[in-house]
Design a protein around this ligand. Structure first.
Ligand code: SAM
Length: 504
């Protein structure tokens, strides 16, 4: 097979270039670029480099100073290897491009200096071979993808721990392993690149994916790669808001773009002031002195009333874990229907010491969110806040509150996430909540507040509607059994990631 770049669209429409094809293409994308340079006395190298700092060649993985190595000697026989060095200058200074750099004031000053040591300073040049290793991912893909077919470079991705997640459009399919490998090679810290191969289709909000590039070696034998049915490469650890979260990206829902919403809700519920490390240390010391875990808890929460939260669709715990690990006055009842999410919720609870010593602040459940809320009511748990973050159908879950049997002097704040239109979406979302509660929400009396969470697609936003449970639900007939809710909206939650224009 003859290798050429750009890599042609394959005749067989199902053909996918193997990643080895990238290796064959690498020599073809190398180019030699000549940079201006100067020869200087070796003993003055550091002071001259400091003076020319702003106009030195600046290319990743390349030095700007050369001793007389064999290859330099070949290209410039006038250098005395023992006493001289070559300093390579930028060729892309906006005011002094290319050879004009010799007219730069810093260079002219050097040439005009009367110091005898500088008498031998002279102009030179240096050939730089720029290859795959020195290009950015955009530059590599711009050279490899045929411009007549593609106008954009699919180089944008989301990072989840050591994993990069991309959503490639179908036309990039023949190049998917090459694109994955280029992203992996060019981004430190990334060890696996996965491609979303379909839309969110199930109630657990997970989506099908494939691995495009993988640099993570299984710890022992390949048999370890699929431990407990989990591909270890998709097991990641992420940090958010001072907490660590473990998750299996293939099996549970996680969206790093929700980090600000997670933090907003945590602040809304618990207040902004977190115990700083300093305060924590002081509290720990006090607790130790009094030899009681309980004292510590009381001293930290004495000024704040206890807050109870019911998180009906908690996922792996991005609300519940910070609320209970960082605030001593918050207790959370957290639930998720997905057994895998429940598993990681428990793991993350332990990892972040949500329940510690005598403190039991995070209670975990694995059931349908509506039956979970009903159970809390039946068990007499008085919650101050309810979280329902399941945007496609959460407003429909509100029928659980019809005929609510709780304490109407202590009506909880409910925070419901949903998708709605960009234009008029706030109003539509509030009405949808009212319809499912079985009574209208009063904007003032029920303290209704709609927050725009994020842009989802050209016509759709994600919102969070917060309100105090309206007294009107008391008069509505209770729902006894909750069936499956089928969402008729496009369930693909995320818009396509932005792409960059293909470079000429
Ligand atoms: C959009 S995710 C949000 C998870 C988490 N709150 C977050 O911010 O990452 C929705 C979660 O609801 C869970 N879920 C789906 N149907 C459910 C149900 N009927 N009852 C409880 N949880 C449900 C899914 O498994 C998923 O973890």
């Amino acid at each position: 097979m003859t290798i050429s770049i750009p890599i042609p669209i394959p005749k067989d429409e199902d053909y996918v270039y193997p990643v080895s094809h990238l290796d064959l293409c690498k020599p073809l994308i190398s180019t030699t670029i000549t940079h201006p340079a100067i020869i200087i006395p070796a003993k003055l190298t550091s002071s001259i480099r400091a003076d020319l700092k702003k106009i030195l060649m600046n290319r990743p993985k390349m030095r700007d100073i050369y001793a007389l190595s064999p290859e330099v000697a070949h290209s410039d026989a006038s250098i005395d290897p023992k006493t001289e060095r070559k300093v390579v200058l930028t060729n892309s200074n906006s005011e002094y491009p290319g050879e004009k750099i010799f007219q730069h004031p810093a260079i002219e000053k050097l040439f005009n200096d009367t110091n005898q040591d500088l008498a031998t300073v002279r102009k030179s040049s240096h050939d730089v071979v720029i290859g795959y290793d020195h290009f950015t991912v955009e530059e590599v893909l711009s050279k490899l993808l045929p411009k007549e077919h593609f106008t954009e470079i699919p180089s944008s991705f989301e990072v989840i721990g050591h994993l990069a997640h991309i959503t490639l459009r179908e036309e990039y399919n023949p190049y998917k392993y090459i694109i994955g490998r280029a992203i992996l090679d060019k981004n430190k810290g990334i060890q696996v690149v996965v491609n979303k191969t379909g839309t969110i289709q199930n109630e657990f909000r997970t989506f099908p994916m494939e691995i495009l590039a993988d640099d993570r070696k299984p710890r022992k034998e390949t048999s370890e790669k699929k431990k407990d049915g989990i591909d270890l490469n998709l097991l990641v650890e992420v940090k958010e808001d001072g907490c660590k979260f473990q998750l299996d990206f293939e099996k549970v829902y996680w969206n790093s773009r929700l980090q600000f919403e997670h933090r907003r809700i945590v602040h809304t519920i618990a207040g902004k002031e977190r115990p700083t490390n300093m305060k924590k240390r002081e509290l720990k010391k006090a607790a130790k002195d009094k030899d009681s875990d309980q004292d510590m808890k009381e001293s930290s929460s004495s000024s704040q009333e206890k807050i109870i939260v019911a998180d009906a669709c908690a996922g792996i715990g991005p609300f519940a874990v910070p609320l209970t690990s960082q605030f001593d006055h918050v207790e959370v009842y957290a639930n998720d229907l997905n057994p895998e999410s429940y598993k990681y919720l428990e793991i993350n609870s332990k990892l972040n010491k949500c329940n510690h010593g005598k403190k039991v602040a995070l209670h975990t459940y694995n059931m349908d969110g509506r039956y979970f809320l009903r159970k809390l009511d039946e068990d007499g748990i008085k919650y101050d806040h309810v979280l329902m973050n399941l945007p496609a159908i959460a407003p429909e879950f509100l029928n659980v509150f019809r005929g609510w049997k709780g304490d109407y002097n202590h009506r909880p704040m409910v925070h419901v996430h949903c998708f709605a239109a960009k234009v008029g979406g706030e109003e539509e979302a509030v009405k949808r909540c009212g319809r499912n509660l079985g009574c209208e929400l009063d904007m003032d009396k029920d303290e209704v507040y709609v927050h725009e969470v994020r842009n989802v697609s050209p016509k759709k936003n994600m919102y969070c509607v917060s309100f105090r449970l309206p007294e009107g639900v008391k008069e509505v007939e209770q729902v006894q059994e909750f069936g499956a809710i089928v969402s008729n909206e496009n369930d693909d939650e995320d818009e396509e990631p932005p792409s960059k224009k293909l470079k000429a």
